[in-house]
Design a protein around this ligand. Structure first.
Ligand code: S3P
Length: 175
């Protein structure tokens, strides 16, 4: 496919696991932005934040958005905060379809509470209410998506099928 499929959404909404399956199904290449930033900087996301701060991480994220927006046939799993910089969205949209994954705060809480190492923005004694507040603050940023899919209580394959159907509907309408 000419265009990239860009998965956006809050931490723990399944961007990486869904992205891998989606890429497989559509015969596209999968890229996880955070893993790619880690490869290039030689530091984990946690380490980048710890040693150089969020500003440095966001600047690496911006460079990565620039780089990936020049490529084709990619399914890109972004980090949850990529949407905070308008420039990233403009870049990724140039050659991409933006799909937002959502989930209920309770599910996000369950999914992220044991996977905190690369999520320094989550505080130590995290509660569902904290997730809820962050989700509300970020809502306007995620609303830039072309298509939004809820992942709560759903199998990965069902979510992947929804996205595939959406992409096919776009292709049909463009003929
Ligand atoms: C972040 C989300 C993380 C990672 C970093 C910042 C955010 O990615 O990029 O910790 O601001 O929401 P995931 O969405 O993959 O957890």
């Amino acid at each position: 496919m000419e265009k990239n499929i860009v998965l956006i959404g809050f931490m723990g909404t399944g961007k990486s696991s869904i992205g891998v399956k989606l890429a497989e199904k559509l015969n596209m290449n999968f890229v996880d932005m955070d893993r790619e930033i880690e490869r290039i900087t030689g530091m984990s996301v946690g380490e980048l934040f710890r040693r150089h701060g969020e500003i440095r991480f966001r600047s690496e994220e911006r460079l990565m958005a620039q780089k990936l927006s020049r490529r084709k046939n990619l399914v890109i799993a972004t980090g949850g905060g990529v949407v905070l910089q308008e420039q990233n969205i403009a870049l990724l949209r140039e050659n991409g379809i933006l799909i937002c994954l959502t989930a209920a705060p309770e599910d996000i809480f369950e999914r992220v509470k044991r996977k905190r190492a690369n999520r320094p923005l989550l505080k130590k004694n995290l509660k569902v209410e904290d997730i809820d507040a962050m989700l509300k603050a970020r809502e306007p940023y995620y609303s830039v998506a072309d298509f939004t899919v809820n992942t709560s209580g759903r199998e990965i394959d069902a979510v992947v099928d929804d996205i595939v159907n959406y992409i096919k509907s776009l292709e049909k309408n463009s003929v």
